[in-house]
Design a protein around this ligand. Structure first.
Ligand code: ATP
Length: 272
């Protein structure tokens, strides 16, 4: 039985418009993946090669996974996702086989996007891991072999995500492999406003809720944390009155004291 039978192929339903802000990130990905697929002749005319792989890096909870799904959806590509740590937690020899298998599957349903979340677990810089070094080296070697076997455009585009780009072995980031690197930052004020508005589309938010205030008070929050604030506010409204019809300003104010930004200063400094 295949080690990777649990990896599902699908066309996700996430659209660009479900992702607040990040316009330049969206544009860069369209240029890198969508344009070459839709206008291959233009790329040949300009004498440039589309990237085989793109790395998204940045703090957790800032929509890297959503972006990968939206790119697949909007470009009409099949989508396969694996988490680095899942591949590593296999029996001896199983990890390499799992890598081979996922690429085989991605090619079989091409054109497709193969998304490696937490790729740092898979492609740790050689020599930097203690003990399990051998497995890590073999998995990385397998990953490089598979990437080198991919033909641009025709089949599989690799998308990878990490919070720690510095941990990734440089061999993976060479030209012809994952050679486009895009930073996905914490949401700025305009993006936070959009994320609130996206959440509000499906929530009965009272008129006394001040969006400007919420945006001001969520400096340093990730998109995931903003979504958590909205959920917490709704739960508080229900806790007060299970038949509540609206989520009030006070619920949000309280939610902001319950959900606080968790990304450590050290990580923010690291990206700066
Ligand atoms: P991790 O690095 O932890 O895997 P991630 O960067 O891949 O996180 P996602 O899982 O894509 O982040 O995002 C987490 C959740 O946060 C999303 O499901 C969504 O609800 C919310 N979110 C984050 N950023 C945005 C955004 N820009 N617009 C809308 N929702 C967002």
């Amino acid at each position: 039985p295949s080690a990777m039978r649990e990896v599902a192929v699908d066309v996700p339903k996430v659209s660009w418009s479900d992702i607040g802000g990040l316009e330049d990130v969206k544009l860069k990905l369209k240029q890198a993946v969508e344009w070459p697929l839709k206008h291959p002749d233009s790329f040949i005319r300009m004498g440039i090669q589309p990237p085989k792989g793109v790395l998204l890096y940045g703090p957790p909870g800032c929509s890297k996974t959503m972006i990968a799904k939206a790119l697949a959806h909007e470009s009409g590509l099949n989508f396969l996702a694996v988490k680095g740590p899942e591949l590593m937690n296999k029996y001896v020899g199983e990890s390499e086989r799992a890598v081979r298998e996922i690429f085989r599957k991605a090619r079989a349903v091409s054109p497709s996007i193969l998304f490696f979340d937490e790729i740092d677990a898979l492609a740790v810089e050689r020599g930097s891991s203690s003990g399990a070094g051998n497995v890590a080296d073999r998995v990385l070697a397998q990953l490089l072999t598979e990437m080198d076997g991919i033909e641009q455009l025709k089949d599989v585009t690799i998308l990878a995500a990490t919070n720690r780009p510095d941990m990734i072995d440089k061999a993976l980031l060479r030209p012809g492999r994952i050679d486009r690197i895009i930073y996905v930052p914490l949401p700025d004020a305009a993006t936070r406003e959009e994320i609130f508005k996206l959440n509000f589309r499906s929530m009965p938010v009272s008129e006394d809720v001040c969006l400007v205030e919420l945006v001001q008070h969520t400096h340093r929050y990730s998109g995931a944390e903003i979504t958590a604030v909205c959920r917490e506010a709704a739960l508080l409204a229900l806790q007060e009155d299970i038949n509540a019809e609206y989520i009030m300003g006070r619920h949000f104010r309280y939610a902001l004291t319950v959900v606080t930004p968790r990304i450590p200063d050290s990580l923010i400094q690291f990206y700066a």
